[in-house]
Write a protein that binds this ligand. Structure first.
Ligand code: PBG
Length: 321
């Protein structure tokens, strides 16, 4: 036998030498949920080991991330007040804006990315402004997304991440940022975002489930992949700095397709449902925690350069061992 693949599997060191894919701590973005109020650190029931934090409790969280070597966060704000048009989302003293300033005060080097969407902020829970018929009005919503992005950027965000799936939003946001002298602030676009059932635990965490209907008129049909390439292309042409596919694990083929077609950094969102399933299985002792690394690594192997994951702390601890 001339070819014996097992030769390269014979010892730990030889396996280390030929390993093709590695997850690095700097690839990972950790989502943070910030709430109004004081002295709040409350575990989110649907997301074990993930917390709702008030701004005054951010310091210990950021210190923990620093110690683990996690350099990027994705901020989600959960406001107290909701209305038709998500006014709290572009309030310069809103929950995300306060959190951004606080994180930058604690650690100016923390890369702060903010989720730009309206669903946590609207009384109806949809990701935009509604027409009288209850349809999300694309072009009117663009003005709001642009205002929200500018407000986040002025508070000090390094990058904004629009997750609403309106058409033309990247261009609208890019123009608004530039007009406000914020041309160094980047855009990580939720380019390929499916109307997925795997967002369930997040919607409980963010109180953002739609009060009627669903998100199928703006988020993508899980069956489509040509459309993913089209969405990614539009975002690239409109000025996105980083593209994203979401969710990740049930969409590894989509990640590969987008990666092979575009020369922009590609992120994948390992979403709440993907997290909670596996986390609970590990907590119950059904699976070894190494399944977490294997699962996150598969997203990288599929082609993602960057992974947004609630597992970032678990991975950091495993990498340190
Ligand atoms: C906001 C938003 C959602 C997620 C990220 N941003 C929920 C949704 O679209 O309903 C989901 C993240 C997760 O499940 O971890 N639009």
């Amino acid at each position: 036998m001339l070819r014996r693949p097992r030769r390269l599997r014979a010892s730990n060191s030889i396996r280390n030498l030929v390993r093709e894919t590695k997850v690095n701590i700097e690839d990972l973005i950790y989502p943070l949920f910030v709430v109004e109020g004081e002295n709040i650190k409350e575990e989110i029931k649907s997301l074990p080991d993930v917390y709702h934090l008030s701004v005054d409790r951010l310091e210990e969280e950021i210190k923990e991330l620093n110690e683990l070597g996690i350099e990027h966060i994705l901020l989600f704000g959960i406001p107290d007040e909701k209305d038709c048009c998500g006014s709290e989302a572009f309030n310069d003293n809103g929950i995300v804006q306060k959190a951004i300033r606080k994180v930058k005060e604690i650690d100016p080097n923390m890369n702060v990315i903010t989720d730009v969407c309206m669903c946590q902020y609207t009384s109806h829970g949809h990701c935009g402004i509604l027409t009288e018929e209850g349809y999300v009005d694309n072009d009117q919503t663009l003005e709001y997304l642009a205002k929200i992005s500018v407000s986040h950027a002025k508070a000090g965000a390094d990058m904004v991440a629009p997750s609403d799936m309106m058409d033309g939003r990247i261009e609208a946001i890019r123009e608004a940022l530039d007009e406000n002298g914020l041309e160094t602030v980047g855009i990580m676009a939720y380019s390929v975002k499916y109307a997925s059932n795997f967002y369930g635990p997040f919607r409980e965490a963010a109180h953002s489930a739609p009060s009627f209907g669903d998100r199928k008129t703006y988020q993508m049909d899980p069956a489509n992949v040509n459309e993913a390439v089209l969405e990614a292309e539009l975002d690239m042409l409109e000025g996105a700095d980083i593209l994203m596919v979401k969710p990740a694990l049930s969409y590894l083929d989509v990640i590969r397709r987008v990666k092979d077609n575009f020369n922009l950094p590609l992120a994948a969102y390992n979403v709440s449902g993907e997290y909670s399933m596996l986390k609970l299985a590990v907590k119950e002792g059904l699976l070894d925690e190494k399944a977490i690394y294997e699962s996150v690594m598969s997203i990288k192997r599929a082609g993602a350069d960057i992974i947004i994951t609630y597992f970032a702390k678990d991975i950091a601890k495993m990498l340190k061992k």
